[in-house]
Design a protein around this ligand. Structure first.
Ligand SMILES: Nc1ncnc2c1ncn2[C@@H]1O[C@H](COP(=O)(O)OP(=O)(O)OP(=O)(O)O)[C@@H](O)[C@H]1O
Ligand SMILES: [Mg+2]
Length: 306
């Protein structure tokens, strides 16, 4: 009999984790498809790091079930270690380590490591001479990313991989992550960056306050149509505007004083006539594709950026 979850790299079912009285993860269920990049997106404190630490076997689940390649990350840690790469949010690298020697050292633990010189070059680590303790924030991030992937893992957890990286390094990091997927690996990363999630992720899981608030491809979450956004005084009655819009459109105040109209090209006309008739002056009126930020705003009423 075929296993319906055979293509799942990670399966999380009703995960709960608390720190004392504080609930960090509150009934999260999520499946990561093998061979894809999944981004966990959410504001500070959403529970992203806690969730992946449980998957990495570094933290115990309060309740619920977590399986990585069908194994229990707590019980089967030794079996998973050589297959799973980990980049922690706060480094976790020996403070006296230097970049290239550290990578060479690590690569020896694996049967089929990446080429160290090539990896170091792609991340600009070949010219970094400082010990980890004295590296800049971006250099530390680059080394942590390199350490996570040097063993050619078939699953890699990256906790805010591009935090603190300059734009050029970020592009190099993204290219490496995409290369991992091309080579068949599964990637789970956390991020606050919408463009990072939109560029890299096959699936996006949006978390807020320990819960999953949305999960799907960027296309599924954002839709294909254009949206209209504008600012105006908070609390406007939108009933008259909605009456002018085509069926299936929406008009909402997604945050105080911030309005979003999803109505395709008809939206602009409708908003102009409505605004003139009720004496509202829309500010910063623009059309754009719906973003993950809009999705988060719609679902939670708050901005994703904190
Ligand atoms: N060891 C701990 N003791 C107590 N509370 C903790 C501990 N670790 C995390 N928390 C709390 O659990 C919640 C979730 O934290 P977590 O680090 O998982 O969030 P996050 O989504 O990774 O946030 P960020 O985007 O800031 O990295 C937060 O409110 C945090 O303060
Ligand atoms: Mg975190």
């Amino acid at each position: 009999m075929s296993d319906p979850h055979a293509d799942a790299a990670v399966e999380i079912v009703d995960l709960r984790v608390s720190y004392g009285t504080q609930t960090a993860v509150d009934g999260l269920s999520l499946t990561v498809r093998a061979g894809t990049i999944t981004a966990l997106l959410g504001p500070n404190g959403a529970g992203k790091t806690t969730t992946i630490e449980v998957c990495e076997g570094f933290r115990r689940a309060g309740s619920g079930r977590v399986r990585v390649w069908g194994l229990d990350p707590q019980r089967d840690g030794p079996l998973l270690r050589s297959r799973v790469g980990v980049m922690l949010q706060d480094g976790g690298i020996y403070s006296g380590a230097r970049a290239v020697p550290m990578l060479r050292h690590m690569s020896r633990f694996y049967a089929h490591p990446l080429d160290v010189a090539d990896l170091a070059g792609r991340l600009g680590l070949d010219t970094v001479r400082a010990t980890y303790r004295r590296m800049s924030g971006g250099e530390k991030q680059r080394l942590a990313l390199a350490c996570a992937i040097v063993g050619r893992p078939d699953l890699v957890f990256l906790d805010e991989p591009s935090a603190g990286m300059d734009p050029q390094t970020r592009l190099a990091a993204w290219a490496l992550v995409e290369q991992l997927r091309t080579d068949g690996a599964t990637v789970v990363l956390t991020t606050h960056l919408m463009d990072e999630a939109e560029r890299l992720a096959d699936d996006v899981a949006i978390m807020d306050r320990g819960r999953l608030v949305a999960h799907g491809t960027v296309g599924e979450l954002c839709g294909s149509g254009e949206s209209l956004v504008f600012r105006a005084e908070p609390g406007l009655d939108l009933a008259a505007l909605r009456a002018l819009l085509p069926a299936g459109s929406t008009a909402d105040e997604v945050a105080p004083g911030r309005y979003l109209v999803a109505a395709g090209t008809a939206g602009l006309h409708a908003v102009s006539s409505w605004a003139a008739s009720v004496g509202v002056e829309p500010r910063d009126l623009s059309t754009r594709r719906r973003t993950l930020e809009d999705v988060f705003l719609d679902l939670t009423g708050r901005e994703l950026r904190t």
